[in-house]
Design a protein around this ligand. Sequence first.
Ligand code: SF4
Length: 703
Amino acid sequence: MQNSEIKTTCSYCGVGCGIIVTKDSNNGISVKGDKDHPVNRGMLCSKGMNLHYVANDVSDRILYPEMRWSKSHPLERVNWDEALDRAAAVFASIIKKHGPDSVGFYVSGQCLTEEYYLVNKLVKGFLKTNNIDTNSRLCMSSAVVGYKKTFGEDSVPISYDDIELADTFLITGANPAWCHPILFRRIEQHKEKNPKTKIIVVDPRKTDSALTADLHLQILPGSDIYLYHAIAKCLIDKGYIDNDFIINHTENYAAYKNMVVGTSLEKASQLCGIPISEIKQAAEIIAKAKGFISMWAMGLNQSAIGVDKNTALLNLSLITGHVGKPGSGPFSLTGQPNAMGGREVGGMANLLAVHKELANPEHRQEVADFWGVDSISEKPGLTATEMFDALESGKMKAVWIICTNPLVSMPDVRRVEKALANAKFVVVQDISHKSDTAKYADLLLPAAGWLEKEGTMTNSERRISYLPKGINPPGEALSDIEILIRFAKKMNFNGFNYNSAEDIYKEYCALTKNTKIDISFLNYTRLKNEGTFQWPVPDYGHPGTARLFTDKKFYTPSQKAIFNLPTSIDNTSEQPTDKHPFILTTGRIRDQWHTMTKTGKVSRLLSHIPSPTLEINPIDAFKTGIEDGNIVVVSSENGEVRVKAKVTDTIKEGVVFLPMHWGKQLDNDLNRANNLTNTVVDPISKEPDFKFTTVAVVKYEKP
Ligand code: SF4
């Protein structure tokens, strides 16, 4: 029998690389980069090129539904009918007794668009609560609000193809060399061919991205807005601004100018820990740019002032007029493969599908009418952290967790442990027993994984890809949509008579008609035959939209982009004290992804960095008597971690870094960075402040 090939998309980061999967006669698979794919042109990073190990190895997979009859009983194998009968009975009973807001769903940016749409319809339309949020809340919700406030809608204006048209990059709060490697490779290749291309990196750490930069601004965490304002002041003072763009296409410039020209460069320099000369140098580079792209990720978003950081950065594109033209624009990077798709279908507690707003009564009624239900509750749903708080306090009784591992990824995870222990009923729908969260399940449902189901995803540049089903899921695992449809039917809900993922996709597409994200003419056939498309695709022959705002008309009522002023320039995170003098920032490493339930299975990916280490500056190490390789105790108000120290001048003095991937292993949870992190969130986006927790670091002494 001949090998067969399937074209699909990588299931890790939001870059969205095309992959060719080769399936042999024994159903084993191998992967290679798709040379014809517009994103990666055949390249794959270490994670993508090892995806076949993850798909071939089913040793950790959940193979059949498992249920415990009470909290004191172990999980026992049951069949699907028993499992979903119980789920329906418990959810119906809790809702009857405590109301719809006593239940909630916590989902993931790894869900396919069809799954994301369906679970939102189920929860907001039929369970009558808006308690559905996503782990994308933890990574990009500040960017969503930033775009809305600036452009009128959540709209990433540019494409990866703009990389090759730009001559200046400001990469801030991101380490794409490790976290979006193929995207960064395109920037490197562009610079190799065009050596005059300038890269500025803003980061407290000398990351691999920073090492390739022409200018690395090694900023102190939390001071970003001071830096952007200082750069803006330099540009305005020297007249390096686009007056025509500002006058004709923006609002509120006078107030913005008034604020930033008053910025003291001395104060900004001191707070940011960056010499004035380097701030001026950054402004000079941006001033000379013909094509200017700003790129950012968690370093901005995961902050107590994440939305303000986003709008302050977006303002730099507005004053220089670098929006809506080739090689120019702001570009937030998504960490998950379908975080963007989730935004499109309203996969957050405060959103509705097709970028409609839950707070808008007309929008609620439009979506309710479309779904054939009377109404959608006007009460905002609980966001990710709020949901676990509500479980801990007992306000919420039941949670259904799909494709995410909050026991490792949420801030202050010990609270999440308490919350799940306190919940009356926890459903975990996932692929792997290795998820720490699975241990808290009262009902464990085996889901199909990558390549085992079909659907669509949208990457960071609004590019929609079709992912075919290539292999059967192991055991009795079902696709997420099949599980949700069966549950909806057990609840006697009408409106879930779908025969395929394509049926759901068609319904969602119909809802997009005449909206800013119109894909009503983009069907599965086109996606299968013609490849990927960037939304909107508002006609049958339409090739997709590479760049938004080329007509300089924005989605605000005035059609002008808006200069937003920050509600707080100063960082509102908890501040260092004598007890906790260091700022802990957490993040990702090159070869691991999220909570390691997939990449942790691949031994060659563990060889890069096999265990978590605390990066600490040599001056701080000297002051605290710590030597490279010592075991150190890192403690915060919330908890403790015990790991090896890595003494390195790649990190700024006063700042320490821990990777976020490791969870509870061999019953030792002292690897887990989120034992430490605080519960502060941005007041608007509700995104946690993962980049700023104050901690103490001491050498571990055996008792
Ligand atoms: Fe996958 Fe991202 Fe690597 Fe591309 S860059 S192969 S999408 S993990």
